[in-house]
Write a protein that binds this ligand. Sequence first.
Ligand code: MF3
Ligand code: CO
Ligand code: CO
Length: 272
Amino acid sequence: MTDTLEGEYRTGQIKLHDAAAFEGMRKAGRLAAECLDMLTPHVVPGVVTGHLDDLAREFILDHGALPACLGYRGYTKTVCISPNHIVCHGIPGERVLREGDIVNIDVTVIVDGWHGDTSRMYGVGPVAPRAKRLVDVTYEALERGLAAVKPGARTGDIGQAIQSYVESMRCSVVRDFCGHGLGKVFHDAPNILHFGQRGTGELLQPGMFFTIEPMVNLGKHPVKLLSDGWTAVTRDKSLSAQCEHSCGVTEEGIEVFTGSPTGQFKPPILSA
Ligand code: MF3
Ligand code: CO
Ligand code: CO
């Protein structure tokens, strides 16, 4: 399998990590965030998505890290780039970004065996108010999910926090993709659903590492997969947004590994 590394396997058991592992995840998470920071000034009208992928790959390799997606289950690019009604796993290529697009870029790096997985929304020039509102809702949904993380809470508390907020804003939560445990393994237990009921699911304990990565649609939640086998789009062609952090459960609550060192987790054009 491609999702094994240095003898670490997906076992189905949730791993509890030590202080050295937290240090490893800090480094990986920071580099992933720096890669997205680096891309910000390049996400402009007229840019070709394949060029953004090249920039990300060169940045990662120049920093002595590995692009986790390259070769993962047959994926041939470094990042996923998902504009407008693409929900996730858009494949970089010839597509040209246009003014008014909203676009998710998702990167995963491997540093000393540890995975840093994060994604953000970028606005390509000025964007329409309804698109900006969707992005705002998505960022707030991630924040509410992160705020639910502490020892003794359950994975369902995260899902409930996200779903209740998103639906109160008359948007919908995608059901077909979820957050995931990670560490030396890219996609590990537990699954982090972005919907659900408080008090259900796995008990959160210090040392667990996972992502939270809600996908939020302006329309209804169903998605369909395109014939390339990767690209997921909204069935109703409504706009979709996503953002993702990698985090660890601490004694006190949570440590987010993928915060932007320059404070650009929400790129400027969208944070105004
Ligand atoms: N980074 C994605 C995630 O959040 C996974 C992308 S897998 C790929 O889990 F192969 F499509 F790149
Ligand atoms: Co992820
Ligand atoms: Co990701």
